[in-house]
Ligand binder design. Structure first.
Ligand SMILES: NC(=O)c1ccc[n+]([C@@H]2O[C@H](COP(=O)([O-])OP(=O)(O)OC[C@H]3O[C@@H](n4cnc5c(N)ncnc54)[C@H](OP(=O)(O)O)[C@@H]3O)[C@@H](O)[C@H]2O)c1
Length: 220
């Protein structure tokens, strides 16, 4: 699969950059930001990171709303606390795209704690916040942004993909295979997302207690 337009809302951030760098070999990337100038300034840096590796890319910066308007697939890559506000502004600009949630609602005290909304998960809340024709898929919650951003690394790990629309889920699984050594698994309906979202604070706590960083998951 090549040649799609993938918008990354919050694409100036950490994991947004990593996904942009990994997908830009095959797709046009639309970096979204609250501040279009910030996105326009970020894009050349991403292009440069790829061109150092001999990879040509089309990456452009927009407002979040403009990125959504132009995209085939939209990744929502903002902190949980800002999802409702960002989607509130961008809602009128969605069509029938696939929307990917990698958002993890969690709080940090001594340890990280999963703090889902009343719907049960960030993914289900996102479905409520978006127009009904949008197909929400959840994935990438347990993938380290730091590893994604390091193009010298082949990230080993598994990605559980949840969603209610099989075609949308297959599309996201296919996008996952484009990132070398990442293995997608069908995780069932969107309602199962809470289990995968909750793994992220668990992995962070595990890392903290055992002196490890950027842990991922692998099913054997
Ligand atoms: N970091 C990871 O390793 C990782 C792994 C898996 C999943 N995730 C999930 O991915 C999402 C993004 O994580 P991240 O580490 O990339 O976050 P981040 O770098 O802190 O933020 C991403 C972008 O969100 C936008 N943003 C920040 N605060 C905002 C606010 N109050 N209102 C609206 N937009 C705001 C910013 O873009 P602009 O200022 O340009 O608008 C920022 O660049 C989170 O939900 C996280 O749970 C992260």
């Amino acid at each position: 699969m090549t040649g799609m337009k993938i918008a990354i809302v919050g694409g100036t951030g950490f994991i947004g950059e990593g996904l942009a760098l990994r997908w830009a070999r095959n797709h046009e990337i639309l970096i979204g930001s609250r501040d279009p100038d910030k996105a326009r300034k970020a894009a050349p840096g991403y292009i440069e990171s790829l061109s150092c590796k001999g990879i040509s890319s089309i990456i452009k910066g927009y407002s979040n709303e403009e990125a959504v308007t132009r995209a085939d697939i939209v990744v929502i890559s903002v902190p949980y606390e800002s999802v409702a506000g960002v989607l509130g502004s961008a809602r009128p600009f969605f069509k029938d795209q696939i929307v990917v949630s990698l958002v993890v609602p969690m709080k940090k005290n001594e340890y990280y704690k999963y703090t889902p909304p009343p719907q049960g998960s960030a993914a289900l809340e996102m479905r409520d916040l978006l127009p009904p024709e949008v197909r929400v898929v959840s994935a990438y919650h347990n993938v380290s942004a730091k590893k994604l951003c390091n193009l010298d690394l082949e990230i080993e790990g598994d990605v559980v993909v949840c969603g209610d629309d099989d075609d949308a889920k297959k599309m996201v699984m296919s996008l996952t295979r484009e990132i070398r050594n990442l293995r997608p698994f069908d995780g069932g309906p969107l309602g199962s997302s809470y289990m995968i979202e909750a793994l992220t604070p668990f992995l962070l706590n595990l890392g903290k207690m055992n002196g490890m960083k950027d842990l991922g998951v692998k099913f054997v």
